[in-house]
Design a protein around this ligand. Structure first.
Ligand code: SF4
Ligand code: FES
Length: 411
């Protein structure tokens, strides 16, 4: 392992636990990896319990169970119970298809603190078309169950060229469902969404038109419904402070146990990602090459190195820099000071100049994924509750924390 000199990094506050990438929905804006088959080997219940215990010892305060569709794990309730017993704040990020009253009652009894349900649109036929199956009615029913159970409800909707013009209807839907929080997130271009960027990107005019709608709704609904709006930063001149800085506040554990500084980091070659089977979480957080590669500012080149904003935006998003330049250590091309900024602006202009229907969407598909749950023992591994991991059918999606973080835009 590989700890640089100087001050030790802070401890993480949040963990995104991606329990499975399986999902019954087919959203073309999904941020899960396109190569889903690589994640068919899932951690068991015992593995997850050990990881959660180690996360708590490391200082993690909140965990969000995401995917894919975490409800596809038959052992989700046991995982939540273990997290709750450790004192962690627990959130479930779901597409809601398998959320029955009995399941929710069990999850609430296990200590679940919060539920986020994704919707594709406020219009049922459009929502079902985007999801690739009739899913909308069940999502509404799931949202009603969450309210009946007295749990805080966040509604999440991904905005893209086809839906951004009807953000107002999504706000009305959130009001009708009694949601406590609505997250309207422009698609973030990772995974399947990157593959479909050309068809998904909204135009500048669309983005300009939605902002007053959101502003007015925030004023009207202040104190009743919190509305979080996540911008599409490809149009900006300054990049987002992705993840609040690499390896600074959050970590992600993928379904197969890889530990990542952000959900999209697996695409960066040679990062030195370590799996929970090979080391304890604290060692991975403090000492692994993957977490230390872009920590702080020492890795930066110009123009970031001498820029006054380098402690503010951390040079932008490492994954976006890699996707757009092939070099994860480059300045995020969203930054107007990046030598790649003009090329990005031209690519965005060309993408949005095409008619939306001129580029067919590639729906997410993982039909070849078959799941194996591990039952291995590791020398020196911590504790764990129970034994097996389970799986059956469901839906999905996920988010870590807040608009400024890497947004997961599944289901
Ligand atoms: Fe941020 Fe680097 Fe651009 Fe400065 S040059 S604004 S640090 S991305
Ligand atoms: Fe990975 Fe931004 S650093 S998504």
């Amino acid at each position: 392992m590989d700890r640089p000199q100087g001050e030790p990094p802070d401890r993480p506050l949040g963990m995104l636990a991606e329990l499975t990438y399986r999902c019954p929905l087919r959203c073309a804006y999904c941020s899960n990896p396109v190569a889903l088959d690589a994640y068919a080997d899932e951690l068991s219940l015992a593995d997850w319990c050990r990881v959660l215990t180690e996360a708590r010892e490391l200082g993690v305060l909140q965990v969000h169970f995401s995917g894919g569709e975490p409800l596809l794990r038959g052992d989700l309730t046991a995982i939540v119970a273990h997290a709750h017993a450790l004192g962690l704040y627990t959130g479930l990020v779901t597409g809601g298809q398998a959320l029955t009253a009995a399941r929710l009652t069990a999850l609430a009894a296990a200590g679940l603190d919060h539920v986020q349900i994704s919707v594709q649109s406020a219009d049922a036929p459009e929502a079902d078309t985007i999801a690739g199956r009739p899913a909308h009615r069940r999502k509404l029913a799931a949202a009603a169950l969450v309210k009946e159970a007295g749990l805080p409800l966040t509604l999440n909707a991904v905005l893209h060229r086809a839906t951004i013009g009807r953000a107002g209807a999504l706000i009305e839907l959130a009001e009708r469902l009694g949601a406590d929080r609505l997250e309207l997130a422009n698609a973030q271009y990772y995974g399947w969404a990157l593959l479909n960027r050309r068809a998904l990107l909204p135009t500048r005019e669309q983005l300009a038109a939605v902002e007053p709608v959101i502003r007015a709704a925030r004023e009207r609904l202040a104190g009743r419904l919190e509305i979080v709006y996540v911008v599409a930063d490809l149009y900006e001149g300054v990049p987002k402070p992705c993840m609040h800085g690499w390896g600074s506040r959050q970590l992600t554990v993928t379904p197969n146990g890889d530990v990542l500084p952000c959900p999209a980091a697996a695409q960066i070659p040679g990062l030195g990602v370590v799996n929970v089977a090979r080391a304890r979480l604290a060692d991975i957080w403090f000492d692994s090459p993957a977490f230390n590669r872009f920590r702080g500012t020492g890795w930066m080149r110009e123009p970031c190195r001498s820029c006054a904003r380098k402690e503010i935006d951390h040079g932008g998003c490492r994954c976006q820099a890699f996707q757009l330049t092939g070099d994860a250590s480059a300045t995020d091309p969203v930054c107007a000071l990046s030598p790649h900024h003009a090329a990005l602006a031209e690519a965005v202009r060309a993408d949005t100049a095409r008619a939306a229907d001129a580029t067919p969407l590639v729906p997410r598909t993982d039909t070849r994924t078959r799941i194996r749950v591990r039952h291995r023992k590791r020398p020196g591994a911590g504790t764990g509750a129970g034994t097996s991991g389970g799986a059956d059918g469901g839906t999905g999606n996920g988010v870590p924390d807040g608009a400024e973080a890497q947004e997961k835009t599944t289901s």
